[in-house]
Design a binder for this molecule. Structure first.
Ligand code: NAP
Ligand code: F7E
Length: 346
């Protein structure tokens, strides 16, 4: 049985990837951070008591800021494939916590690569490694962006992801490790974190529809993003590790929309007029913005045979439908005297 180790398994992509790999018969090991409240909502459906027979998903406490712990996890789990998804992934937050972002995103990747390098050397095992790179690394470079486009990072997050990318390339070349860099453009889903633009908007649409809020405050409406569906993008991660040789791939839909267009489409799905509910708040503006991202994933389509299946319109609809239903439950509970955290409703 193949086995995989996922850092960031409790995040959006981690949850989709764990589901994909379990479906393919893998044993899946996930690194989770200790938290005073539960942080496993997204994978609760996949989790079974490890005392039961035949359990293939196992969770291990760890942190990419703790190299010793990562080494212990490698020795305990002996993975064939590692997916390094763990990160402080919010661009705006990275301006507020640049040092921590660098520690988790850049140094965290380096710590894991060092652990993998030593593990491969002493075990003689050829572990395959996926590094979660980002279109944010292109930042200020003009679209369309592909593997040849020079990086121009515009945030502490993007600078740290760029460092992680180059660490990964260097470890591949220096030590002959199988390391693939995915350069993924924005991908979203009903499991997207609620402070990212798409989910913030679809959560607001659901709550507006059910009278639970009246306004939503946003920042820059003119930025363009190439938004795809997370379920499609984790398939690309897996495909990269099934190739005969490691390489780097841009994963994108090739279609871009402004934030304003996303807002219009989401409100439209619920029959609402966004102009009546959206206000601009400068606190959501970034000191340096990435104005326009649109990916050219020709290489991935040709070499991996990967194509995105969910369209922009279907993605918006999927997220709005999910969040209108979530708000309906929230409203029902509120009307019946319960105070329930939104997470508990999922
Ligand atoms: P996400 O929902 O924010 O999930 C991030 C995951 O990383 C969570 O499981 C989080 O744990 C974990 N994490 C955070 N800090 C950590 C640390 N110090 N040690 C170990 N784990 C840590 O992000 P995502 O959207 O799934 O993205 C997955 C990866 O792809 C990230 O590296 C992100 O930067 C990158 N990426 C995302 C996109 C996108 O559009 N989604 C595009 C390109 C690249 P908690 O649950 O405990 O917070
Ligand atoms: O912003 C604008 C904002 O935070 C999208 C991460 O997954 O994708 C993500 O980074 C756009 C930006 O994602 C609000 O200024 C307007 O132009 O959803 P976002 P992001 O910054 O593109 C990349 C590929 C990653 O790698 C990252 O990990 O929307 N915007 N108003 C807003 N954004 C937010 N969050 N909140 C607003 O109120």
């Amino acid at each position: 049985m193949n086995s995989a180790l996922i850092t960031g398994i409790t995040g959006q992509d981690g949850a989709y990837l764990a589901r994909l790999l379990l479906g393919k018969g893998y044993a899946v090991h996930g690194v989770i951070r200790r938290s005073s409240t539960f942080n496993t909502d997204r994978i609760d459906e996949l989790y079974r008591d490890p005392h039961e027979e035949g359990v293939r998903l196992r969770l291990h406490y760890g942190d990419v800021c703790d190299g010793t712990g990562l080494r212990r996890i490698l020795e305990k789990t002996h993975p064939d494939e590692i997916y390094n998804l763990g990160a402080q992934s919010h661009v705006k937050v990275s301006f507020e916590q640049p040092e921590y972002t660098a520690d988790a995103v850049a140094l965290g990747t380096l710590r894991l690569l060092e652990a993998v390098r030593d593990y491969c050397e002493h075990s003689g095992k050829a572990v395959r490694f996926y590094q979660a790179g980002s279109s944010e690394m292109f930042g200020g470079a003009a679209p369309p962006q592909n593997e040849q486009t020079p990086f121009y990072p515009r945030s502490p997050y993007a600078v740290s992801k760029t460092a992680a990318h180059w660490y990964a390339v260097n470890y591949r070349e220096a030590y002959g490790l199988f390391i693939a860099n995915g350069i993924l453009f924005n991908h979203e889903s009903p499991m997207r974190g609620e402070t990212f633009l798409t989910r913030k908007v679809t959560r607001a649409v659901g709550r507006l529809k059910h009278g639970l809020q009246d306004k939503v405050y946003l920042g820059n409406l003119e930025a363009r993003r190439d938004w795809g569906y997370a379920g499609d993008y984790v398939e690309a991660m897996w495909l990269m590790l099934q190739q005969p040789a490691p390489d780097d791939f841009v994963i994108a839909t090739g279609e871009s929309h402004t934030v304003r267009e996303f807002v219009e489409a989401a409100f439209g799905c619920a029959g609402l007029d966004w102009r009546k509910h959206v206000e601009i708040d400068s606190r959501y503006l970034r000191p340096t913005e990435v104005d326009s991202l649109c990916g050219d994933s020709t290489k991935a389509r040709r070499q991996l045979g990967w194509v995105p299946k969910v369209s922009f319109a279907d993605l918006v609809r999927m997220m709005v439908d999910h969040d209108v239903e979530l708000a309906r439950r929230e409203r029902f509970l509120q009307e019946n005297g319960f105070v329930v955290a939104a997470g508990a409703l999922r």
